[in-house]
Each structure stands twice: as structure tokens, then as C-alpha cells.
Design a protein around this ligand. Structure first.
Ligand code: DGL
Length: 269
């Protein structure tokens, strides 16, 4: 048993979709969530920069005595997980491998669409992992950079998101894609317009949800599960508390029920 917190980080507010899944799977764990709101977005930055930012956050979380790190950001998982694992000895879990395993378990057509930020798509992290497990799998990749601002503006259903989703994902139609990996933290909030365009039958794989299941297994495996009945959720941001709270209230509370709890501002330097 280990009642120390789990450190979770993202470039900003999007990792709350992962937190929401964690709260359901491991309600007894205390979570320290860091949103690097001063330096978001990560999705258009270089690998070197993303590694540096991620390392600074993990250093901070380790100083706060975290027992495990969850990279609740697809971009940082794609570009920094190996680097972080080489620097820090504690368990570190990213969202890519769980998302891939889930997608492979549900696809029947063996044709998978992957959507994410430019950096995630360029890294080919999902594609490489999929191919390493099943070389025959067919993959269609698409960066969807406008999805993040749509979600942050609360534009998650109706004509505008439908049109934007259509413009990015029309390529997936008639290509036998039966499964799409939502390879960015914000995208699960856009389930409705994505299903509207690709059809109700499409499997949408939320990497955050898949990750939450793996986290429970890993806590058990390392014998560090908390024995508390109710964990606490603490938010830390690197920029304005007010705008972080506003985005939660506008976009994330209505979709995934996350409440803007106690938030502190931190400095990573
Ligand atoms: N959290 C990022 C991700 O999952 C999206 C936002 C950003 O570009 O930083 O890739």
C-alpha cells in the first residue's frame, strides 16, 4: 500500500479527459495534476522542447513525492516518454501503448485511423506501435489542429464542429476505417461531431480511458495501490488560474463532469 499521490501532467487543460477516466478506475488515489498552461500548445513544438518541458514537470512532481507519473498528453507521450523513462526510476505511463492495444482489440476491418496534433502525427508513435504488433494493419493518419481550439471554445456540437470534422476526416470515409484512435486529449470531447461524420458504428478509442485501465494494473503490479477510500484531486498550473478555471467550466465540466477544484499556480524554474 502506498498513499502518496500520482502525478499526472498535460500541456494544459486537455489531460482532464484522462483524469476523468482515472477518477472512475482508481477513486482512492490522490492525483496531482500539472497543466503547463504557460507553454501550451505542445502540439507544434520540437521534440527537444517537449522533452525539456516534460522533464521540468516530472522533476517538480517527484519533489512533491509522487509515486507514479502519468503522461496525460499524447504529444508528450509520443516525443518524451523514452527520454523520461531514461531519466527517472519511478513507473511512468503514457497514453500511446494503451490506446494502440485497445484499437487492435476492437478493429475488425484491420484499418485504423489515427488523429492527433501535428507533433503526434509526425512522430508516427501510434503507427509505429501498431505496426510493431501487427505489420498487416492499414493506417490512415490525420493531424487535426483546429480540434483543440474548438473544444476550448466550447464548440463541441452543431454546424461549426461538424464542418471542421468533415474537412479533416472525409478521407476516412469509404476507406474501410472502422476504428479511430483519438490521439489527443481534447478529442474525446468531440465524439458527437466525429460520429456524426463517420457514422454511429465507428469505434472511437479514447487513449485516456485505455490508459486508466493500465494504471490500475500497474499500481497492483508495483504494490503501490492506495488504501484510502477517497483520493483528492489537486490542480497546479503554470499560468493564469482564472483562465484554466474558465476553460474547465466552459468545455470540460459540461462534457465530462470535472469540477474546477483547488487550483494553485506554480513556477517550474
Ligand atoms: N494535450 C495535447 C495532446 O494530447 C494537445 C494540446 C497541445 O497541443 O498541447 O497532444
Amino acid at each position: 500500500m502506498d498513499n502518496r499521490p500520482i502525478g499526472v501532467f498535460d500541456s494544459g487543460v486537455g489531460g482532464l479527459t484522462v483524469v476523468s477516466a482515472l477518477l472512475q478506475n482508481i477513486p482512492g488515489e490522490t492525483i496531482y495534476y500539472v497543466g503547463d498552461t504557460a507553454r501550451v500548445p505542445y502540439g507544434n513544438k520540437s521534440q527537444e522542447r517537449i522533452q525539456q518541458y516534460s522533464k521540468e514537470i516530472v522533476d517538480w512532481l517527484i519533489q512533491k513525492d509522487c509515486k507514479m507519473i502519468i503522461i496525460a498528453c499524447n504529444t508528450a507521450s509520443s516525443l518524451a516518454i523514452d527520454y523520461l523513462k531514461s531519466k527517472f526510476p519511478l513507473p511512468i505511463i503514457g497514453v500511446i501503448d494503451p490506446g494502440v492495444d485497445k484499437a487492435l482489440s476492437v478493429t475488425k476491418s484491420q484499418t485504423i485511423g489515427i488523429i492527433g496534433t501535428h507533433a503526434t502525427i509526425q512522430s508516427d508513435s501510434y503507427g509505429n506501435r501498431l505496426k510493431s504488433i501487427n505489420p498487416k494493419i492499414k493506417i490512415l493518419n490525420k493531424a487535426c489542429p483546429l480540434f483543440v481550439p474548438l473544444v476550448e471554445e466550447g464548440l463541441v456540437e452543431g454546424e461549426i464542429p461538424n464542418l471542421i470534422v468533415e474537412s479533416y476526416l472525409s478521407d476516412f470515409k469509404n476507406k474501410d476505417v472502422d476504428t479511430v484512435i483519438l490521439g489527443c486529449t481534447h478529442y474525446p470531447i468531440l465524439r458527437k461531431p466525429i460520429k456524426y461524420i463517420l457514422g454511429e458504428g465507428i469505434n472511437l478509442v479514447d487513449s485516456g480511458e485505455a490508459t486508466a485501465e493500465v494504471v490500475l494494473e500497474s499500481l497492483n503490479e508495483h504494490k503501490i495501490l492506495s488504501d484510502s477510500l477517497g483520493g483528492k484531486l489537486h490542480f497546479f498550473v503554470t499560468d493564469s488560474i482564472k483562465s484554466f478555471k474558465k476553460t474547465i467550466i466552459k468545455s470540460f465540466s459540461p462534457s465530462i463532469g470535472i469540477i474546477a477544484g483547488p487550483i494553485k499556480r506554480i513556477d517550474l524554474h
